[in-house]
Ligand binder design. Structure first.
Ligand SMILES: Cc1cc2nc3c(=O)[nH]c(=O)nc-3n(C[C@H](O)[C@H](O)[C@H](O)COP(=O)(O)O)c2cc1C
Length: 208
């Protein structure tokens, strides 16, 4: 493993649980693969623009030569995000739950990297993902508890993330959930401690 792409998206800065646990995962991976390079893309600090008419027209243009500078820049931005994804052997995505789903910054990243003909294609047997051979770790942080119980049907974050990754061919996914952090500081500490233990276990198990 040479390249690890670490994507964080919390708007809560250093208070972010998902960023902390994702960082721990990255450290374990580097431990396991000395020399591996971690590329950290902090989508909150440097958000990609939302998919808008300009970007859509730019990406759909048959010939980029006639594009305005802004449109051309949009194609380069998306190309660079896709190249970064293809270059990664492992991808760690830190995803806070915001209003039952993804932060819009993370959604914007997916809007940049899901591109027909490049990261997926349509075949006569249906869509086929083209970003293959990669391992993904998804770290979710939620105020409530969604892995079981009455809130489970309201989780539009983890299943959606899985679908987006599967769609582009990333099927080897490990999820680490930090759940119930809104139920007081004790509950939050417990959730974070459990997530840390789960991450450590993942690598202890892999070493055995
Ligand atoms: C604007 C906002 C919206 C949120 N919406 C939800 C939500 O819909 N469901 C939930 O369980 N938690 C929600 N939360 C709580 C966060 O998921 C929780 O604080 C989590 O720890 C955020 O991830 P982070 O620690 O990596 O920043 C929300 C938090 C914020 C700031």
């Amino acid at each position: 493993m040479n390249n690890i792409l670490l994507i964080t998206s919390s708007p809560r800065g250093s208070a972010s649980h998902s960023t902390e646990i994702a960082g721990r995962l990255a450290a374990h991976l580097v431990d396991r693969h000395p020399g591996a390079v971690v590329t950290h893309r902090d989508l909150d600090a440097e958000p990609l623009p939302h998919l808008d008419g300009l970007m859509l027209s730019a990406l759909g243009a048959a010939n980029r030569e006639g594009l305005s500078p802004r449109m051309f820049a949009a194609t380069l931005r998306a190309d660079a995000a896709i190249a970064q994804l293809f270059a990664a052997d492992a991808i760690i995505i830190a995803a806070p739950m915001i209003n039952f789903g993804l932060p819009t910054t993370l959604k914007a990243w997916f809007d940049h990297v899901l591109r027909a003909g490049t990261t997926f294609r349509y075949t006569e047997n249906g869509p086929e993902g083209l970003v293959t051979g990669k391992k993904a770790y998804v770290v979710t942080a939620t105020g409530g508890v969604y892995s079981s119980g009455p809130m489970a049907p309201l989780d539009f974050q983890a299943p959606y993330l899985k679908q987006l990754l599967n769609f582009i061919g990333i099927t080897d996914i490990e999820q680490v959930a930090i759940e119930g952090v809104a139920f007081g500081s004790e509950a939050a500490d417990k959730a974070v401690a459990e997530a840390k233990a789960r991450v450590d276990d993942l690598f202890a198990a892999a070493a055995a």
